[in-house]
Ligand binder design. Structure first.
Ligand code: NAD
Length: 309
């Protein structure tokens, strides 16, 4: 039985990950933590600032956890607005959490991102191992983070594992300031106003994934046989490669009057153009059985259904 500490648990991923893990492993075995708390939780929760290593250590020790899932971070668009803060939080927080995992001999998960790639990376079927020269602070943090996690595995034997997430689509908690947030906003606006103005230009392809697939991936990877894991930090995973007009087309199957307009935001557009169109997730499929269940039509039907409830 696992006992897990989740950092950044109030965020887009953490809020759903904690409830999914609690269903899987029991509420008392999953400790949420963040700088703030929305509601009283149905399980243990600690206020933990990840820039404070002692605070992470004390929460892990108090609850006798065997795993840290480290999610606290500043996302791509916000990191571009505050690069120094991004470095301190994304690198400092990760280093602190890894140190606690080393000291207490814990299993460790942290997500990397498609943002770890850059403009010189092959855009189609982006290989597991390829050129990684990102041009954003977020991307620099993610590449360095992957290497740091590998380092803790090779140097100290910490069981570090990670995935390179695409943009994640969900309806429970709003996204936290990433470049792919439009793929969530478009559904909210479709239901509310039957129209959406995209800050990403037509024809800009990026990988996307529905939250249930993203959460399953964490559980599957963390339960995988360690002997089969060659790449560890971090696996390419992908489900949908889409541009704004693809979402509009899928939405029109349910809301025929839906209109898509464009007002491109140059900062986020530049970030999007530096990222791959579509990752090759063969290594994840071969080494731990990754397979996404949701394509764009299934995501659209589910998102619109949930938001109309
Ligand atoms: P989010 O922005 O929604 O949530 C981040 C959480 O971290 C917030 O609840 C915030 O309060 C918390 N936090 C911020 N500073 C903190 C600190 N000093 N100490 C403790 N907590 C702090 O982010 P998310 O979308 O849930 O992303 C989680 C992880 O997944 C990040 O590493 C992110 O880079 C990665 N990721 C996310 C996506 C996506 O589309 N959501 C895609 C790729 C990778």
């Amino acid at each position: 039985m696992k006992k897990i500490l989740v950092t950044g648990a109030m965020g887009q991923i953490g809020s759903e990950l904690v409830s999914t893990l609690r269903k899987q492993y029991g509420a008392s075995n999953v400790v949420g933590s963040d700088l703030w708390q929305k509601d009283a939780e149905d399980g243990p929760f600690e206020m933990v600032d990840v820039t404070d290593e002692k605070a992470i250590y004390e929460a892990a020790k108090k609850h006798n956890v065997d795993t840290i899932m480290h999610l606290a971070a500043l996302l791509s668009a916000k990191a571009e607005a505050a690069p120094r803060l991004a470095w301190d939080l994304n690198m400092g927080g990760l280093m602190n959490a890894l140190e606690v995992a080393r000291e207490l001999d814990l299993q460790f998960f942290t997500p990397s991102s498609i943002g770890a790639f850059g403009p010189t990376t092959p855009k189609q079927k982006t290989p597991q191992e390829t050129i990684m020269r990102p041009t954003t602070m977020y991307g620099v943090n993610k590449v360095a983070g992957e290497l740091l996690c590998d380092y803790y595995y090779y140097r100290y034997g910490v069981d570090t594992r990670g995935v390179r997430y695409p943009g994640l689509i969900s309806y429970v908690t709003p996204p936290g300031g990433g470049t792919t947030d439009y793929a969530v906003e478009i559904y909210y606006e479709a239901v509310k106003n039957k129209q959406y103005t995209s800050y990403i230009a037509a024809g800009t392809y990026m990988d996307m994934m529905y939250m249930p697939d993203a959460l399953n991936a964490i559980i599957q990877l963390m339960e995988a046989d360690p002997d089969k894991l060659v790449h560890r930090n971090a696996y390419n995973i992908s489900a949908i490669s889409a541009a704004p007009e693809d979402f509009a087309e899928a939405i029109r199957k349910h809301i025929p009057a839906f209109k898509l307009a464009y007002e491109v935001d140059s900062v986020r557009q530049q970030i999007a153009e530096s990222w791959p169109d579509h990752l090759d997730s063969t290594a994840a499929a071969e080494e731990w059985g990754f397979k996404a269940a949701y394509d764009i039509d299934r995501v659209t039907a589910d998102m619109l259904g949930k938001l109309q409830e």
